[in-house]
Design a protein around this ligand. Sequence first.
Ligand SMILES: NC(=O)c1ccc[n+]([C@@H]2O[C@H](COP(=O)([O-])OP(=O)(O)OC[C@H]3O[C@@H](n4cnc5c(N)ncnc54)[C@H](OP(=O)(O)O)[C@@H]3O)[C@@H](O)[C@H]2O)c1
Length: 223
Amino acid sequence: MIAGGHGKIGRRLATLLAARGDVVIGVVRNPDHVPDLSRAGAEAVVCDMEATTPDELAVHLVGADAVVFAAGAGPGSGVARKDTVDRAAAVLLADAAERAGVATYLLVSSMGVEQVAGGATPEGVDEVFVAYLRAKLAAEEDLLGRSGLGTTVLRPGRLTDDPGTGLVTLAPRTGYGAVPRDDVAAVLVALLDRPAPATVLELVSGATPVADAVAAVSPGAPG
Ligand SMILES: NC(=O)c1ccc[n+]([C@@H]2O[C@H](COP(=O)([O-])OP(=O)(O)OC[C@H]3O[C@@H](n4cnc5c(N)ncnc54)[C@H](OP(=O)(O)O)[C@@H]3O)[C@@H](O)[C@H]2O)c1
């Protein structure tokens, strides 16, 4: 299940997974987005994640192998929705996943969240962006604190719509940079096959093929 199934990363991920035969369910809040997911080969659940319960979502998760949180309040949103989407909806998905017995959670977070660690307020940063970083960090901390859910946190750098190159740098610390959404989706697919539970990984464009980059961070996982 992909939360944010109609988002720019979510749609790319749904298309890749469906093309290789996986059963994909995308969570969308706008019914008009359902046909796009059908065209990508995915099923859709229409659900506003700011107005549902873990039990309601868990019904759709029975038998699922993994959940991916690729939702986000988006660039036009304010402080309040950073909390209700980027933090609370990610936590709600974790609650639902645990209830349904889902083993694997991939969280699309963001590079830079360490700037607000321990309640710090970085100087010269717009208050909405600070709220965004706080929401992402709080979601990470909530998920990584759960023993029943194997969470991999992916912190991409600046996202672009450039064509993917298939070449990335994926590591606990990469340094700042950009990365095409195509390559983020490819890394998510590879992490679904080889999760790196309890790991926080930054992602930018680089020189390592995606499969090799993921194998290097999840050496114990079946290849
Ligand atoms: N932009 C960057 O440079 C950057 C860098 C690092 C990480 N990220 C993160 O990467 C993630 C994915 O990025 P993206 O560009 O693919 O995002 P996106 O295109 O904005 O997609 C976000 C999706 O979340 C959905 N959503 C919002 N509120 C929802 C709700 N209440 N219930 C259900 N779905 C809801 C949106 O649906 P609607 O279409 O209905 O609004 C949209 O489809 C985000 O978490 C973002 O913060 C971004």
